[in-house]
Design a protein around this ligand. Sequence first.
Ligand code: ADP
Ligand code: MG
Length: 509
Amino acid sequence: MSLEQLLKTKTAFTSFKSGQKEIIEDVLANKDVIALLPTGGGKSLCYQLPAYLLEGVVLIVSPLLSLMEDQVQQLKASGEKSVIALNSFLSFSEKERLLSLDLQSFKFIFISPEMLQVEKWVRKLQTLQIALFVVDEAHCVSQWGHDFRTDYLKLGRVKESLGAPTSLALTATATMTVIQDIQSFLDMTSPALHINSVDRPNIAINVEHLTNNKEKKERVLELVKTLRGPGIVYFSSRSKAEEVCHHLQENGVTRVAYYHAGLSQELRILIQQQYLMGQLDIICCTSAFGMGINKSNVRFVIHYHQPTQMESYVQEIGRAGRGGDKSIAILLKSMEDTMLPEFIIENELPDSEWVSYIVHELVAAYREISDIFSIPIKEWVEKAPEMESHWRYLSYQVDQFIQVTGKLSNATINPCIEAIQTHIKERTSAKRRKLDEFNQWTSDRKCRREGVLRYFNEELLTAPVPCCDVCGLSMEGFEVKGEGMYEEEEATLSWQLLLKNIFWQEVEK
Ligand code: ADP
Ligand code: MG
């Protein structure tokens, strides 16, 4: 059977989207693949279709819980029954039950990077025949791996322990540096690279310069009331997301909710599902919302706060227009916000005093450490839970130090502290450079799209119409007047999902 025939039998699609077939062919030829397809470019199909031809399980490492839930639901809704998700969302008894089952009968196993660090799960997976090892949203391997998701850095080792199956890394946004990181973190020797354009011609880009936050808040209200939705408004601060959400509600926008990592996992998934189902039109959120989520009719993305780098910006605006409709991305800039991205970068990693304090404390408590992961990190995290990502980072860095020097003790305290501080300085200045580039892009009076593509080493061959504010853009094409603003949701939802939602609504009351 040809791939086209398989596509028609297994899915509702009649042809491949650009780039998909080549990726699938390489996967089927047992090559390791790093694939870049734009947001909405159909990356999931690149592991779904091979699953029907390969012998064994397709294991998908997925970075976020909400993303995993969404993908599992979509597969189930499309009729695929042999799919499970292994993540911290499972209860203890569910986990025990799954551990005793023969997982070989599942075609798709989704797993979080954290679960892949748990020995009994790795041992369980080792009993399976794994046909394909997929890392979705693989840019996270680089973006987060360096800093705090040290689980990502160990993915290569885990892959080896599973018999080094063919691997496929998928992302929509990766510069050459990020591609190299993915390759090295996933231990790929000479992967086939499939680099497709990051450009999304159906998303117009608009940067608006405003004077202050008050103006921004009013502008968001005005935009939300006039633009064709559904839409997403991004914030860097949780409290601002809540504040603007309330402001919208007080001014007649009812189907709006806020979403950030401070909400319970259940509430987050509920809001995500309500948005996917069309019960909500607008989400005021932090970057915690939306990665990989497949909602095809989002028509605008507003940035109330800018992200700290181009990769995140392209990921976030890419949530608009996935169904191909003309959509718009609006970035609101004001002088008041210049400090915020700087502050975010500064605080992503621990400061010098904290590093020094912790290393001293560790040595005082244990005298000699030759294996950082053997000490009860959990107890340390509990001392300052809000610093969890810093803890993860520090323990990984101490581990790196021990790998080189053998142990951490009184005699090596200073070199260890210095090594970590140097690493922090390097990471922070690399992030500052990215921020500078992004800021430059917002203030340049050059075609925005060309700027985005240049960042990813691409050239703009033909500019779409409309393109961006610099090339000339009228908001009218994106507006709706009067009632009935939003189209009914087209998503097909399984009855399981509907039940789940009803259940969660009950719980949250
Ligand atoms: P990505 O992960 O690249 O952002 P998805 O895999 O979520 O994108 O797919 C985006 C949308 O494109 C989904 O609605 C999916 O059903 C659809 N899609 C995928 N492949 C095809 C195809 N060959 N033809 C038409 N639609 C497709
Ligand atoms: Mg995806």
